[in-house]
Design a protein around this ligand. Structure first.
Ligand code: ADP
Length: 501
């Protein structure tokens, strides 16, 4: 549906990202008949996204500040590639209002919310006004300007321990510390300030009461260019390690229809207050039947596929079409969730060594196709996992008619997934999916810390694995794979991860 007058044609989209999300965006563009330009760093050439793109522009070396986080390089790269629109994916510059503005000022379309909306909703301190307007309940805390350590310690005592200190500019679970007592407060606050400065360029922190048996429930929202906003219901992301999500699902097994309605309405009001356009997520914590606003993410979310699977929609295409002013939100009555979807994030890490990152050439990657299975990945056999970027190499998503069937399908799918050359967290995911608390749907954000504090206990390799390792070592040595010399291997046991039994 088009409004006619305002339509803006998009012929070429520049993708300011890498890995699986770059591939995801390319799929949407291809299906819409749109040309893609991948903006990539010097080291990101042996990748699936690089091979898939219609055109490529190198925007700098591996160092983030000189490529994916450089507004100037990204904007110039997009212009050089002849793009009329830029999709930021997630992470990197995706929630940077200055970047969105720079794209618009350069005469291109930013595929996402308006810079003002990003500014208003982007971090929790700046979102204060929206929170009040939308009457969103929040966790008790302190968000004041007085950033002296003594004052912050006093505020923490007033809130009552445990307290969580967060870097205002933080994200991705970084810059957060849980403070259990007054004795450790000053040290933890100082450490969060340092981390905020180093990772995000700002030492400003805020405090919140730490909810120690909460579930993470987030609502997908979408606003269109006409000002309509819909709630696309929730995802549950309680399975987290160090505040980072590992397993996500839609819908949550824990919401009553009343809670779903109340939380969805709150999310919608927040988005409306921000005059929000495009895909966004409102995150909440849920504890003892009460919900609290956590933050709003003004971008596509890593876990968006589970929402797509239960609602039968395509959020990335909707983002692109909305940016071209061709899309109006789905009528509320058409949004009927069907079945259950689960996503597992596949990380290149050693689950037997507390999740130590694992890098090296990928000698073999194979995903077991089947009904209701979806694989989102940025790497293929022959590519390498390097230490420059996030260790997430893929996402496995399954859909089935019920939650229990979806869990079983995920376990079967992971059992047949092959990643050879680096360790992955697949064995760990399978253990978590088998845990009674997860199966019951009762898990909280403490689930991993409580049941798997050290990851997985080391185990003996099977005879089959040992035999395979020998064969793979031989093949690798005789192939003279150039990737071997370039990246090296992270550990000598890498080949036992060939099949995650
Ligand atoms: P980020 O932006 O880094 O993802 P969030 O504020 O979204 O940070 O929080 C990430 C996770 O940290 C939450 O899902 C939750 O597990 C934990 N967390 C954050 N704030 C609190 C809190 N007040 N109480 C308990 N857990 C919290």
């Amino acid at each position: 549906m088009s409004k006619g007058s305002g339509r803006r044609r998009i012929q070429t989209v520049a993708i300011a990202n890498r890995g699986e999300v770059a591939v995801r965006i390319m799929h949407a563009c291809r299906e819409l008949g749109i040309r893609t330009v991948l903006l990539h760093s010097e080291v990101d050439v042996a990748t699936r996204a690089y091979r898939m793109a219609d055109a490529r522009v190198c925007i700098g070396p591996a160092a983030l500040n000189e490529s994916y986080l450089s507004i100037e390089n990204v904007v110039n790269g997009a212009l050089a590639g002849g793009a009329d629109a830029v999709h930021p994916g997630f992470g990197f510059l995706s929630e940077n209002a200055d970047f969105a503005q720079a794209v618009v000022s350069a005469g291109m379309i930013f595929i996402g919310p308006k810079p003002e909306s990003i500014r208003a909703a982007g971090d929790k301190i700046s979102a204060k006004k929206l929170i009040e307007q939308a009457k969103a309940p929040t966790v008790p805390g302190y968000m004041g300007a007085d950033q002296r350590i003594e004052s912050l310690v006093e505020e923490a005592v007033r809130i009552g321990f445990p307290v969580i200190v967060k870097a205002a500019a933080g994200g991705g679970g970084r810059g957060m510390k849980v403070i259990r007592s007054r004795a450790e407060a000053a040290e933890q606050i100082a450490s969060a300030q340092r981390e905020g400065q180093a990772a995000f360029g700002s030492p400003v922190v805020f405090l919140e009461k730490y909810l120690d048996r909460a579930k993470h429930i987030e609502f997908q929202i979408f606003g269109d260019f006409t000002g309509q906003v819909v709630s696309l219901m929730e995802r549950e992301c309680s399975v987290q390690r160090r505040h980072q999500k590992i397993i996500e699902e839609a819908l949550s097994p824990s919401l009553t229809p009343e809670l779903r309605r109340a939380m969805g309405e709150t999310a919608k009001r927040l988005a409306e207050s921000a005059q929000y356009q495009s895909a966004g997520t409102v995150e909440f914590l849920l504890q003892d039947g009460a919900f609290y606003f956590l933050e709003m993410n003004t971008r596509l979310q890593v876990e968006h596929p589970v929402t797509e699977m239960v609602l039968g929609i395509d959020l990335v295409k909707a983002q692109i079409l909305n940016a071209a002013q061709e899309f109006m939100v789905w009528p509320e009555e058409s949004l009927r969730p069907h079945g259950h979807a689960i996503e597992c994030r596949i990380y290149a890490e050693n689950p037997y060594q507390a999740g130590m990152p694992s890098t090296g050439p990928l000698l073999g990657v194979s995903w077991p196709e089947g009904p209701g299975r979806r694989f989102e990945t940025g790497v293929e056999t022959g590519d390498a996992v390097t230490s420059y970027y996030d260790p997430m190499i893929a996402k496995v998503i399954v859909w089935d008619e019920t939650r229990l069937r979806a869990i079983k399908k995920m376990k079967a799918t992971l059992a047949e997934s092959v990643v050879l050359g680096v360790h992955t967290n697949i064995p760990f995911l399978r253990e978590m999916l088998s845990h009674p608390e997860f199966i019951d749907g009762a898990m909280t954000t403490q689930f991993v810390g409580q049941h798997f504090p050290e990851g997985l206990a080391p185990r003996e390799r099977t005879e089959l694995e040992k035999a395979f390792q020998m064969e793979a070592e031989k093949a690798l040595l005789s192939s003279g794979d150039p990737a071997q010399g370039r990246t090296g291997f992270s550990d000598p046991m890498r080949l036992d991860a060939w099949r995650n039994v």
